[in-house]
Design a protein around this ligand. Structure first.
Ligand code: HEC
Length: 643
């Protein structure tokens, strides 16, 4: 019974997403593939770029169209003499069930009466960042595969891939000793188990593996701890919002018997710490109240502090002519790991946004805005620095630290130096390339070459020098010198074609001691020499014959000695030889899985996180919609070399 219910809930979520797209948006669907390019309904902007955003953002679009005129980013305080609705940030704190109820039976019934039920649901789920009914469906207490015991958890023993980059240098490299997977064994990797995420449509939190346990967040609002070998579940924790970051295990003090916490960020803009052994809540801190902001980049935890970046979806909202664009500024914060107290916060744009005019239709405009941080900070303990990348500006003139590599002082958050790779990059989804000065679109659009997604890689060159390596959506890989205030060491463009609308390098690469490896949206994996940026090899990849349009890789690569792993929009996870780029193993995850927890499982695209490799096993989440309208999926998959 329960199984069926979960199944149908999941199906209804998926089909409602598709139904709403059909109703609301112009489909320019190529005959073979259900690829949706979304354009705003009744778009007043001739020549507007089609919106390349997937189903995940449809709730946001419907909200902008039908609700945003009364529910603004900042509502006047109550008592100001005006009857106003709760602000958008306030609505985002409501449970989805309560919003849906307000739209269906409550105060908003009349205002939402013209919306089909599917759309009321999508608005509610988008606002709350979690699906309706997930509290009940996702609880591990109801799963059939609970671990028989929960033995002590000791991270000082055993191997780990902890957080985004495996180590603080964010190289996404696993040593031979900890990987315990040789190049000769990689072709023998076989499915070990799959875990189905109840109500899930995107598996976007990279699995952290520490002391034989796998930790991951989900889009249903739960975080799970499962056994690496068997997939049995130790506990679930209800985070109350989707968790896109990888969780990070680190010591914590001041919470009784608890020795290790799991640190993470959520889509409602909270940082949270929970007991890594039991899943009990320890602290929760709201780290941003900026418009449409959230934590998507995995935190870095070092020496009693949690460092994280703040990103936002404001650049998507601004496509609506009703939206007062733009007031979001990317930020980086340091929190006390024991208490969650904010120690410092640094905006990537120092100037506060101020009024900058009124659009032709009367909508007020603000700026400067942008420079979102959606990567995981890289900690350089030796130099006392933290490195992050920033995204494009939303408004003109583009802020000085947009599309940049930025170094901050670990102690104070003060910006030590920055390297701007692309100046003048103001970009908003859905705008025409040239627009009138009175619109909320930049007069000159783009090129949208963020340094926002790929984390900075810190590596030591053969000559002993350190370099910090960033990569942009434009496909440029850039090495700078941390001892010379970020002076350029080398810069190279990857791929044999210019970056498309979804960028060329998005969630970044990995590096061993001598070379770096990047996945390209054009449909390839490429390698460069760390010392010089010289190109080594480029391997084009073809999707399976039944999905020819699913070309490209935006997920981060992961590396072990001799082998690079890359997951694609086509759902195929591939392993390539690090020396010549030859594909040595592949596994198509876009299929159904029978799961250890009995929840119907289906894989899909891989678009953001990469594989994590520990103790002879490989773990990867499958299912990603993102900005490329990928194939949904709800499974966390484990592979081993089998017997
Ligand atoms: C014409 C203005 C207007 C529009 C359009 C509008 N709202 Fe509201 N909304 C309000 C006001 C005013 C309140 C506060 C009502 C009160 O507390 O009496 C409110 C309250 C709410 C509440 C809180 C209800 C509660 O029970 O506490 C929710 C949730 C909400 N709106 C969601 C939405 C959504 C979603 C949409 C779009 C489908 C929407 N609103 C459209 C003006 C509007």
């Amino acid at each position: 019974m329960k199984k069926n219910r979960q199944d149908s809930m999941q199906l209804s979520r998926l089909s409602s997403v598709l139904a709403a797209s059909a109703l609301l948006w112009c489909w320019q669907a190529p005959a073979q593939e259900q690829e949706q390019w979304l354009t705003l309904p009744g778009d007043q902007r001739p020549g507007a770029e089609p919106m390349r955003f997937g189903a995940g953002l449809i709730g946001q679009m419907i909200f902008l169209e039908h609700c945003a005129t009364c529910h603004k980013n900042e509502a006047p305080a109550s008592g100001a003499g005006e009857k106003v609705g709760p602000s958008l940030p306030t609505l985002q704190q409501y449970p989805p069930e309560r919003i849906y109820d307000a739209l269906t039976n409550g105060k908003m019934k009349a205002l939402a009466a013209h919306l089909p039920d599917d759309q009321r649901r999508q608005i509610s789920e988008w606002l709350a960042s979690r699906p309706i009914g997930s509290l009940d469906a996702g609880d591990s207490a109801k799963m059939s595969n609970r671990c028989a015991t929960n033995p002590p958890f000791d991270p000082s023993k055993g191997s780990a891939w902890n957080g985004w980059g495996a180590a603080l240098d964010n190289a996404r490299f696993q040593s031979a000793e900890q990987a315990r997977l040789t190049p000769a064994e990689v072709p023998k990797l076989k499915l070990a188990w799959a875990f189905g995420i109840p109500n899930g449509v995107e598996t976007y939190s990279q699995p952290t593996v520490v002391a034989g346990r796998v930790f991951f967040g989900t889009d249903n609002g739960y975080v799970y701890s499962v056994d690496a070998k068997t997939g049995c579940v130790y506990w679930s924790y209800y985070a109350e919002a989707g968790v896109r970051t990888a969780p990070v295990v680190a010591p914590i003090k001041g919470h009784g018997a608890t020795k290790y916490a799991l640190y993470l960020g959520d889509l409602r803009g909270f940082a949270q710490a929970i007991d890594a052994h039991t899943g009990k809540a320890l602290w929760k801190t709201r780290v941003t109240d900026l418009p449409l902001s959230k934590v998507t980049g995995t935190p870095a935890v070092h020496d009693g502090r949690v460092y994280l970046g703040i990103s936002s979806a404001e650049s998507v909202s601004a496509a609506s002519p009703n939206y007062e664009c733009c007031t979001f500024r990317g930020a980086v914060l340091a929190l006390d790991a024991n208490t969650g107290k904010v120690l410092w916060q640094t905006y990537m744009i120092p100037e506060a946004p101020a009024p900058r005019g009124v659009a032709g239709n009367g909508t007020r405009l603000f700026g400067p805005a942008g420079a979102s941080v959606w990567n995981s900070p890289t900690v350089d303990a030796k130099r006392g620095k933290l490195y992050v990348g920033t995204g494009n500006a939303y408004t003109q003139p583009a802020a000085r630290r947009s599309d940049s590599i930025v170094a901050l002082e670990l102690a104070t958050g003060k910006v030590a130096w920055s390297h701007q790779d692309i100046a003048g990059d103001a970009w908003i989804a859905g705008c025409p390339a040239q627009s009138k000065p009175s619109s909320n679109c930049p007069e000159k659009l783009g090129p949208d070459w963020d340094f926002g997604g790929a984390s900075m890689i810190q590596r030591k060159l053969p000559d002993g020098r350190d370099v910090i390596i960033g990569a942009s959506k434009g496909g440029y890989v850039v090495a700078v010198d941390p001892d010379k205030q970020g002076a350029l060491v080398w810069r190279t463009k990857l791929g044999d074609q210019p970056a498309g609308p979804n960028g060329l390098i998005v969630f970044g690469g990995s590096a061993d001691a001598e070379n770096a490896y990047y996945a390209l949206q054009s449909g390839a994996i490429a390698s460069v020499k760390l010392a010089t940026g010289e190109h080594r090899w480029l391997t084009p990849l073809q999707p399976p014959a039944d999905r020819p349009k699913r070309i490209g890789q935006s997920a981060a690569t992961s590396t072990i000695p001799g082998v690079v792993f890359s997951g694609g929009w086509d759902g195929v996870l591939r392993a390539a030889s690090a020396s010549d780029g030859r594909v040595v193993w592949e596994f198509d995850t876009s299929r159904e899985f029978s799961t250890v927890n009995g929840v119907p499982g289906k894989g899909g695209s891989m678009g953001a996180p990469g594989a994590t490799i520990v103790d002879g096993m490989l773990f990867v989440g499958s299912g990603y919609i993102g900005t490329g309208n990928g194939i949904p999926g709800n499974v966390l998959i484990a592979f081993s070399v089998g017997n």
